[in-house]
Ligand binder design. Structure first.
Ligand code: NI
Length: 409
């Protein structure tokens, strides 16, 4: 455990990093990038890290960067992560540093994540003497559906070499912050166990037999069959899935037909499936197949069920989540760090990191204190506004979690 002395000063030290963090965040906000190649972002963050004693690894398949900081004493490694990518959407915030790239916006706050992690690296570099072990800063692109974290893991992100004297320094924990407009500035929240959902997609194509709309018995009309499948999927969720281990199945798209007097040959439905445990996730996959195949078969139609498997459930380690909450409470005030009662149904590819390491993702509030939360535009909105003051708290929490985890015995 590090001395209270150094934790006490962390928020003030984070304040010292804030103006540089704001400048970097605005620079990134103006030039957002999508997908697994974010070269302009990478250049900006590496430039901001100049002067900090870090071993930098540029990843091959993506623009991902890992930066390894070594403390003054031997010990394990903690991974701190920021995602770097933006979303394909217009920005309508009216900010004077709004995006200058058409249909590209940092609407999920990943620009703040990068700026906070750079700030934390600079802050931690001033505490080298109090660090027994290493900090692995992970800057990953392609969080928004591109699986950027997996590419970095596959390229050996976690293969941290031994220290100069041969002492191993394995990665023993991972931590990430996610900025959200669902909480006020200066507040954080997390929970043990599942914190975010798995996210998979479904596409069901019903193939019948086309014909004249006036004479349906000579056809196999795929449209009512597809409608029955949509209804039955909701029945499957409410009757077959445990209410205490929930799932969401939403059909968000139906594609069929061309005009009023033609029964088409096919009807297609598409949607999303979410769950907060891998067991329920599998039940939903099985249920979607069973229901679609059973209903199509009952009506003599053919069906093709395609399930696109995306991010798994993001699962926090209970002890680490408690540790992170305790640390954040010590820094920001106990009443500013609270336990989330339920997971959030969004998905995150930090889930892949947490499949390999104990750790936690924590939400960081960024709605100004004088704005009602129910009036704040949500993450992924073209109007979302993140209060940059939140980065002071974020920098302090990143640094505090690392310092306590790596406190000399
Ligand atoms: Ni995000």
């Amino acid at each position: 455990m590090t001395s209270n002395q150094s934790l006490d000063t962390l928020v003030a030290e984070a304040q010292d990093q804030l103006s540089a963090a704001v400048a970097l965040r605005r620079r990134l906000h103006q030039r957002p990038e999508i997908g697994i190649h974010n070269p302009i972002t990478t250049d900006a963050l590496l430039e901001s890290l100049e002067g900090v004693d870090l071993a930098i690894t540029r990843h091959q398949q993506t623009s991902g960067v890992s930066a390894l900081f070594t403390g003054s004493k031997p010990g394990p490694t903690i991974l701190l992560r920021a995602d770097t990518d933006a979303l394909p959407m217009p920005e309508d915030t009216g900010l004077d540093f709004a995006s200058t790239v058409t249909n590209t916006m940092h609407a999920c706050g990943h620009d703040t994540h990068v700026a906070m992690l750079v700030g934390a690296a600079k802050l931690l570099a001033n505490h080298r003497d109090e660090i027994a072990g290493r900090v692995l800063f992970m800057f990953q692109p392609g969080e928004e559906g591109y699986g950027g974290a997996e590419y970095m893991l596959d390229e050996g992100l976690l293969d941290v070499p031994a220290l100069a004297d041969g002492t191993p320094s394995p990665v023993t924990a991972a931590f990430a912050l996610h900025t959200t407009s669902a909480l006020p500035t200066g507040f954080v929240s997390t929970r043990g166990g599942s914190i975010m959902a798995s996210s998979d997609e479904l596409k069901i194509t019903v193939t019948g037999k086309g014909g004249h709309a006036s004479d349906p018995s000579k056809t196999i009309d795929p449209i009512p069959i597809a409608c029955e499948i949509v209804q039955a999927l909701q029945l499957m969720v409410t009757r077959r899935i445990d209410v205490f281990d929930p799932a969401v199945v939403t059909v968000a798209r139906i594609i069929a037909g061309t005009t009023t007097n033609v029964i088409p040959e096919t009807a297609t439905i598409e949607g999303t499936m979410r769950a907060v445990s891998e067991a329920t996730r599998k039940k939903v996959h099985d249920g979607v197949r069973r229901v679609a195949e059973g209903i199509a078969s009952a009506h003599d139609a053919q069906v093709e069920v395609e399930l696109r498997i995306n991010y798994p459930v993001t699962k926090n380690d209970t002890n680490f989540a408690d540790f992170a909450l305790d640390t954040a409470g010590g820094l920001l005030g106990a009443d500013h760090a609270f336990r989330l009662p339920n997971p959030v149904m969004g998905a995150e590819d930090f889930s892949y990191v947490l499949q390999r390491l104990p750790g936690a993702m924590m939400f960081l509030g960024a709605t100004p204190l004088d704005v009602a939360l129910d009036k704040a535009a949500p993450n992924h909105s073209n109007r979302v506004y993140f209060d940059e003051d939140c980065m002071r708290s974020g920098i302090a929490v990143h640094a505090g979690v690392a310092l306590r985890h790596l406190a000399p015995g």
